[in-house]
Design a protein around this ligand. Sequence first.
Ligand code: ZN
Length: 171
Amino acid sequence: MQHLWAFWRSTYIENVDKISEDCFLCEAIKQPPKKYREYLVLHRGKTAFVIMNLYPYNGGHLMVCPIRHTDDFTSLTEEEILEINKLVRACIKALKETISPHGFNVGWNLGRVAGAGLEQHIHCHIVPRWHGDTNFMPVLSQTKVISQHFLSLYDRIKPVLERLIKGDERG
Ligand SMILES: [Zn+2]
């Protein structure tokens, strides 16, 4: 199991250290909606949002986070817990519809020792998995190669995700 969970550390930690004290999740979600694409924000809800991971393990690696900057999972309110989980469900559905993964790793890395790249603002990872994708990571780690890939993936996932979330709101 170790190799499956350790990947979230990857080069992420070093990169985050270089971005000084700033929180890139807060930075992204404080942008006006017209900048969401540039910052890879897929959806902003009332208490939570969805963002694509800039250092993905796999194509379509998403994160769902509370809008509130917190490092404490136990501080999440009922409203936050509910919205986060509804967004996780919508993300899984949207990924199934768009890129047809064979499975998912979904989870929280709380604290640096547990592999959190950004421990001060908790986030839930949604990583699509395909049979035989373990050899895929070194290719995807070359961020330059995937920058274009990111935006086309963003453009595919976003409308599907928004439709699913609207469907959820209608009940
Ligand atoms: Zn933050």
